[in-house]
Ligand binder design. Structure first.
Ligand SMILES: Cc1cc2nc3c(=O)[nH]c(=O)nc-3n(C[C@H](O)[C@H](O)[C@H](O)COP(=O)(O)OP(=O)(O)OC[C@H]3O[C@@H](n4cnc5c(N)ncnc54)[C@H](O)[C@@H]3O)c2cc1C
Length: 428
């Protein structure tokens, strides 16, 4: 049974468990031990780096971007009430915490010699353990990609599923669209980054359209028949945006199998849709850097040991965040950050010849319907008897149906508080 409105209990329970396991215990943690390299300074990698420093481990973090633009809260930019500056974070906080930050793209991993190379640098960086948190990449040419969609197509039909210039492009297109226009969103099948993300995006685009171009419409073409927080989203759409958002499920013909960027047309199993703005969220896989060490094998995402997040394929390399297969944990920033803490603890223990403890993790995903209307889903996770990460039975759940406007407003405030606290903890 799913309990509702149990977020506070969830946070108390899992917060206590995971933080207790992070506390330095006695003099063994006072000794520095080994060098860890972290690839990726997003939610997973930056958290791991920061907590490894707290545990007195030497850490070098490598990220390809000059700064970190988060996907969480990037939908508020599309909704017209958030700024890119609010979702952009510098590396200064990590540097202040003692992390050596290298700005560059990792172009080689030598798992045998235990070293990584940054593009353009001749001297490789040696590691005792490597943490890889590269997020996702899109399937543009791989098996399972969407016909017609590639990097060039994304300039006409933005994905905005990695935040930054793509978010700005989609925002500009929405601003340029005439009142009465049609926004088409193409939504992939599972697994993909942030299960409720597309539906929050539809809601916040609707918020912008309702306030600026009220005769416009949004059509969601979905490769699935069900989605995260579905009943809450659909009830909210009916109440806040009546007639504005049309969701077409897989069974109703929502599965898009080809796109034509030149004419802004998408083709489903049953017909075609032309949009004035087309947002395509393409099928996804682990960030391509994992291929440098064969960490995903022939699969899209990387198998890990859930106690340590060490790769099942290559020893001394840990894969966290969106790039790994984390059982029942969704691909979210909150999950990635929790996995970063668990991995930091495990890596610090392993470097000191100690046994890592069994982790307890949490996830809470907030979604905004508009600036004053929030909903959430939460869960607690541990390793189950089958050795995979499971959701603890009767933990977590969705926001209640039929809650008051005050309650929804409170959840929107919690969402903003969650983001501020996370960003400060990770990059602050
Ligand atoms: C629109 C949207 C809204 C979302 N909202 C939420 C939300 O409200 N709450 C939530 O919890 N999650 C949310 N998410 C999901 C969240 O963004 C991801 O789950 C999270 O970012 C995953 O963290 P990560 O560390 O795996 O990857 P990322 O945070 O993407 O970090 C990966 C980093 O690796 C770097 N990198 C990749 N390859 C290389 C290389 N070869 N060399 C050097 N660096 C490299 C990249 O530059 C990047 O900075 C949302 C996602 C989207 C798209």
């Amino acid at each position: 049974m799913i309990r509702t409105n149990s977020r506070r209990d969830v946070l108390k329970l899992a917060g206590a468990a995971s933080l207790a396991s992070l506390m330095p215990s006695g003099k063994s943690f006072a000794q520095a031990a080994g060098n860890v390299v972290v690839i990726g300074g997003g939610f997973g990698g930056a958290t791991a780096a920061k907590y490894l420093r707290k545990l007195s481990v030497n850490v070098t973090l490598i990220d390809a971007s000059p700064n970190l633009v988060t996907c969480p809260f990037s939908n508020t930019v599309l909704g017209g009430f958030g700024e890119m500056a609010q979702v952009t974070h510098s590396w200064d906080g990590l540097r202040r915490a003692g992390v050596t930050v290298v700005n560059g793209t990792v172009s080689a991993i030598d798992a045998q010699a235990k070293r990584v190379t940054v593009q353009g640098n001749t001297t490789p960086i040696a590691y005792d353990r490597l943490v890889v948190s590269p997020g996702i990449d899109f399937k543009f040419t791989d098996a399972g990609s969407l016909m017609g969609y590639n990097e060039a197509a994304a300039e006409r039909m933005p994905h905005a599923w990695k935040a930054g210039t793509q978010t700005e492009l989609l925002r500009r297109q929405l601003i340029a669209m005439d009142d009465g226009g049609v926004v088409v969103m193409v939504i992939p099948n599972n697994p993909y980054r942030c299960p409720p993300g597309p539906y929050e995006r539809a809601s916040l685009i609707a918020h912008y359209l309702k306030t600026s171009k009220p005769r416009s419409k949004i059509i969601l073409l979905d490769a699935k028949d069900t989605f995260s927080k579905q009943a809450l989203f659909q009830a909210a759409w009916q109440a806040v945006y009546p007639g504005m958002i049309e969701w077409v499920s897989f069974s109703q013909g929502g599965n898009v199998n080809r796109v034509d960027p030149a004419t802004l047309t998408v083709y489903t199993d049953f017909g075609m849709h032309k949009g004035n703005v087309v947002n395509v969220i393409p099928p996804q896989r682990a960030g391509r850097v994992v291929d440098l060490a064969g960490l995903a094998g022939t699969a899209d995402f990387c198998q890990i040991n859930p106690q340590t997040f060490e790769s099942r394929v290559t020893p001394n390399i840990h894969v966290i965040g969106d790039a790994c297969v984390a059982g029942a944990m969704p691909k979210s920033g909150f999950s990635a950050s929790n996995q970063g803490k668990v991995t930091a603890t495990a890596v610090a223990a392993l470097l000191r010849g100690q046994q890592p403890t069994a982790p307890s993790m949490i996830n809470v995903c907030y979604s905004l319907i508009n600036p004053d209307y929030g909903i959430s889903v939460s869960s607690v996770h541990r390793i189950g008897d089958d050795g995979t990460i499971i959701a603890v039975p009767n933990s977590g759940g969705n926001s209640p149906a039929n809650a008051s406007a005050d309650f929804r407003k409170q959840e929107a405030d919690y969402a903003r508080g969650w983001y501020a606290a996370m960003a400060n903890e990770i990059w602050g």
